[in-house]
Each structure stands twice: as C-alpha cells, then as structure tokens.
Write a protein that binds this ligand. Sequence first.
Ligand code: DX5
Ligand code: ZN
Length: 219
Amino acid sequence: MKKIQISPSILSADFSQLGNEIIKLEKGGADMIHVDVMDGHFVPNLTIGPPIIKSLRKYTNLPFDVHLMIDPVHKYIKNYADAGADIITIHPEATENLIDSIELIESLNKKIGVSLNPDTPIKAIEDILSKIHLVLIMSVFPGFGGQKFMPEVLNKIKDLNKIKIDKKLDFNIEVDGGINFENSKLVIDAGADILVSGTTIFSENEGNIKKNIEILKTF
Ligand code: DX5
Ligand code: ZN
C-alpha cells in the first residue's frame, strides 16, 4: 500500500508563533515541515532565512523540507544545511551549474531536491534524476500560499512517475501549491508521494490540523 507523506508549509502559519505552530503540526501527524524560503528576487515575496530556521530547529525532530526559492542559490546552500535543513530543494533556474549544486548538497549529507515550476519541463532535469532524492513539482507559480492548483501539472506528475518506474529510480515526487481536499486524490493517483499544503492544513475545519492532515493522506 502506497504511503503518502504530508509536508505542511509554514508559509501559512502564524509567523509570530512559528515554534508553537511546528509543535502543533508534529502533534497533528505531519511527516516533515515544509519551509518556504523566499528572497524577493527569484520570487516576488520575502520570508525567512537561516537564523529563523536555526531557532526553529529545537522545536521538532521532524525533517525540515527546505524549499529554496532564492537566486543565486549555490553560495547559500551551506548556510541552510548548517541551520538544520534536512532536505534542500533548489530551482534549476537559480544555479549556474545544477550538478555542482547537487554535489554540494550531497557533500553536506543532506537530501537533494530539485523543483520544477509549472512551465519548466521534465527534460530540464531528466539526466540528473538518478542523483536526487526528491522532485518538487510546483502546481502554482512560486511566491505565495493560497493560490489555485494548476490541473495541467497532473500530466507532468504522471509523466515523471512513468520515467521513475521505467528507469527504476527511487526519488520521491512531492507536489506543492494549491493542494486541497478536492485535488489531493488526483495528485496522489497521478504518482505523488508527498503533498505540501499550507492553506488547506491551517484553515480548513476551523484549523483542525490533525483532521486536515488525515483527510489529505486518505486516497
Ligand atoms: C509557494 C510555496 C508553497 C505554498 C503552499 O511558493 O512553495 O509551498 O506555500 O501553500 P498552499 O498550500 O497555500 O498553496
Ligand atoms: Zn514550497
């Protein structure tokens, strides 16, 4: 039976209570914590950086699934590794040499993720799929929580899952953006292993995190 993991995005959390929000996510059954790092340059929004991640590290032992929406990214990777990231996901457009950045993350003993924006084709990363642990498929253009899921990415998820099976690769497929109770089953059936969700987890059912995570996991 396929095991679906949930990586709640703290972008939708109360930023004045991030430590307590992380405790609530862990108690609610989160498998990891999705940390959206934005620099106001790669995406038109600015969130948190290494000092905040370092201060949040003591609140949970769950993996920090750190999504770096920053450009340039290569020279900052070690800062996030040192701050406590467990998975470091980068966008290929944000590094001059994707292989070098992948090898740097590997040298830091962190899990390697690469993210595909809705308009970036799989072929942009097909030759490095065997070197990474995670493909983060964006189902919105990155920058903000609360956006509408883009159903056209379902075919991309299916295509990526077919490549994974045909080439006997073992990276996880994580889908990020606009995931809700209506589309989560479609995303899982298309091949997703991990769902990122911010708005749905924090706002549905009067903010009942445990119930919302349970519903997202059900397919
Ligand atoms: C968007 C972020 C997503 C987003 C998900 O740039 O990468 O992780 O916060 O939030 P929702 O679930 O609200 O779309
Ligand atoms: Zn994200």
